[in-house]
Design a binder for this molecule. Structure first.
Ligand code: NIG
Ligand code: FE
Length: 383
């Protein structure tokens, strides 16, 4: 089976822009880029903008228990911490998630992933973290592995919060001794919410070092509300990514750069929490590789990567080309993926065609879905 995407007005291949070209695909793999090719099946891009499918490298879609009731508190000006103290936050979702069957979690996740797919996302990282005890964390990881999706799913075990009645060190031991041996078989990555009131640096390090022994890649929710050395830990452990980074100081950022850690920024989270944004321009000037992702979760319910690009451009003041790298090549690096993220010979054909004449249309057209055709592993899906 071969397929040609012809009449591409502008192509972003993951690195740069190429005008007036076509992409030739055989058995789901990109075989050629250039003009004048033929194939059994032809998709006409009509002069539009084409790029790799979005890679959403940080999501928490494995949950039951929406938190729309928090909106009222958010507009009153309550902080994330105050909302948690009032009975919202992670622990509210944990209670609801524990009550839900694996089948229900799968169904809810499949609906979320489907919406994301038709907004152009062809790879989705999904974290556990709303189960907390072994039974429920494994339930979530199994659900993530068993769910059906047009998008590729990358499972991550997340140490997310200390359950009520537990001491942090005790719960860290529980994760290491009880959860990780099983989670190690079900998840590609381990992640920790390293933050005041959640896991401290030492506990995070213990969890992630153990995870490495199980062959898992590591990620850290780092320096979101306070700078306590979590992104430095990411550098020390040579993590694939450190995520959030609103409060990360320069020293930590330099160490991340030296260690090759991807800086994953999640601008929809400060957007819904009314908080300042991370300094992406400084990070770019330092030469850090930036990925951007939705962080889709019950606090920040967004699966549309086009909106994330809009926030990256207007709020993080990232040049459009950097925002596009951040959802393709750099996002693939954040997930240690070698076969997707760019349109190059030999890569998987995960490609999207947008109703846009130029890449700038993505930040320019706010709030609409510009993605018209999604090609996943060489198969064509139209909106
Ligand atoms: O990445 N920061 C920690 N975890 C999520 C939020 C989870 C929640 O509020 O339910 C995040 O933003
Ligand atoms: Fe997160």
């Amino acid at each position: 089976m071969d397929l040609l995407i012809k009449n591409i007005g502008m192509l972003f291949d993951g690195y740069r822009f190429i005008k007036n070209t076509s992409v030739y695909i055989e058995n789901g793999i990109i075989k050629n880029i250039g003009e004048n090719q033929k194939a059994e099946e032809v998709v006409d891009a009509n002069g539009n903008f084409v790029m790799p499918g979005f890679i959403d490298s940080h999501t928490h879609i494995a949950f039951a228990g929406y938190r729309d009731f928090e909106i009222e508190w958010k507009i009153e000006g309550l902080s994330y911490e105050e909302i948690a103290r009032r009975g919202g936050g992670i622990l509210y979702t944990v209670e609801q998630t524990k009550k839900a069957s694996k089948e229900r979690i799968i169904k809810e996740m499949e609906e979320r992933a489907e919406q994301m797919f038709f907004h152009g996302t062809t790879t989705i990282e999904v974290k556990s973290g709303y189960g907390l005890d072994k039974e429920n964390e494994i339930k979530l990881l199994e659900a993530i592995n068993e769910m059906k999706s047009h998008a590729s799913i990358i499972p991550t075990f997340l140490a997310h919060a200390i359950p009520r009645g537990y001491d942090g060190d005790e719960y860290t031991d529980y994760i290491i001794n009880e959860i990780l041996p099983e989670a190690g078989k079900l998840a590609k990555f381990a992640d920790v919410f390293c933050e005041k009131g959640y896991f401290n640096v030492e506990q995070s390090e213990r969890i992630l070092r153990k995870a490495k022994e199980y062959g898992m890649g590591v990620k850290i929710h780092a320096d979101e509300f306070s700078c306590m050395g979590c992104s430095k830990l990411a550098a020390k452990l040579e993590a694939s990514s450190a995520d959030h980074l609103l409060m990360a100081d320069d020293e930590s950022l330099w160490e991340m750069k030296k260690a090759g850690v991807i800086a994953t920024l999640l601008p929809a989270t400060p957007f819904v929490l009314n908080e300042p944004y991370p300094d992406a321009r400084k990070m770019l000037n330092m030469g850090l590789d930036i990925a951007i992702a939705t962080d889709m979760n019950p606090n920040c319910y967004v699966g549309n990567m086009q909106f994330i690009i809009q926030l990256a451009v207007y709020k993080l003041r990232m040049p459009v080309i950097e925002a596009l790298k951040a959802v393709t090549t750099n996002a693939a690096k954040a997930l240690n993926l070698k076969d997707v993220g760019s349109i190059e010979i030999g890569k998987k054909a995960d490609v999207i065609i947008l109703n846009a004449k130029s890449p700038d249309f993505i930040p320019y057209h706010i709030g609409t879905n510009l993605v018209e055709t999604i090609i996943k592993d060489g198969k064509i899906y139209s909106k």
